[in-house]
Design a protein around this ligand. Sequence first.
Ligand code: MLT
Length: 406
Amino acid sequence: MIKVNSHYLKLKSSYLFADIARRVRDFQEKNPNVSIIRLGIGDVTLPLPPACIKALHQAVDEMASASTFRGYGPEQGYDFLREKIAQHDYQARGVDISPEEIFISDGAKCDTGNFQELFAQDIKIAVPDPVYPVYVDTNVMAGRTGEFKDERYEGLVYLASTKENNYLPELPSQKVDLIYLCFPNNPTGATIGKEELTRWVNYALENKALILFDAAYEAFIQDENLPHSIFEIPQAKKVAVEFRSFSKTAGFTGTRCAFTVVPKECVIYTEQGNPIELHKLWLRRQTTKFNGVAYPIQRAAEAVYSPEGQQEIKNNINYYLKNAQLIRTTISDLGLHCVGGENSPYIWIECKRDSWEFFDLLLQKAGVVCTPGVGFGKCGQGYVRLSAFNSYENVQEAMQRIKNIF
Ligand code: MLT
């Protein structure tokens, strides 16, 4: 008899964004004449930057000729891309990361989800609440939690990120081994300063813990005082792994390209307390389970670092931030508290009622899709998230419709 991995049975029946998509589909079927505006899942709407398209075309042409054709590439990614990333995203900001420490992948979702495979079953895990569901669900699948009760999984340490603490979770009061952090934050849009981030790095150093730092929204940072990478914090390379993505930065949500930085000096420990290089383990994992990102896609990602590419992605980010500004102003004018949207594409709104009830209200009365805050955790109850990824015209229309229902 083929038996199920019983940990899957602990999961909520569907993934948050799949659940929302289903509800929207049902609504649209019943109301075919409503033009729905999607400000739910953070999916970009602007096309790929012209510099990326040009590189993609050229790379596709290379694949058409035997002399330039490429088969399997290196599992960790091509050097041409890893070198550009190390230089532009790290060394240019005074952070000493080498190309060998960079692993190219097909998404930060996959990497943040897969990384937990490297750890023992009995580690103590801390996650912020609200939180990107992938960090939690993948640990549930791996059997590191108990049952789901009262919007939380038993066995996890939840760190409340609320209005009261400015959406910056406190350090755990009990000892934990693995910490997930995401800044600029998904879903709240909150940011973290160098001083606060240093406290997390020091905690990890003192407790021989590891921080998985999701910086997928780093490109939206406008405030020059904010760190773009956890590796800007002294000694962070010993205790942190960083995830980045081209999805939101350069419109690669459908194209798929991201990267993970695993510093060579970062270690985890055997049962006996002996250090093991994390880099070696991730390399072993990737070379076994992953065959790399398609060559043309990596060439397209490389083009992000060309002078034209840099200008084009800046324009796109500014475009989305203008949408975010409009959302913030409209929501604040309606007398609702909100955060985010200044260094992030997400606006986190206190809706003063049940999150799903507000989701239904916006969908049914305004034809606008948001993400219910409670889908990100118990502390998200009473909140919804709006995403700035849509056309300015659609955001204007959505804001007008929301104003009309208030
Ligand atoms: C989100 O809306 O939270 C993101 O688009 C999800 C993702 O990047 O996987």
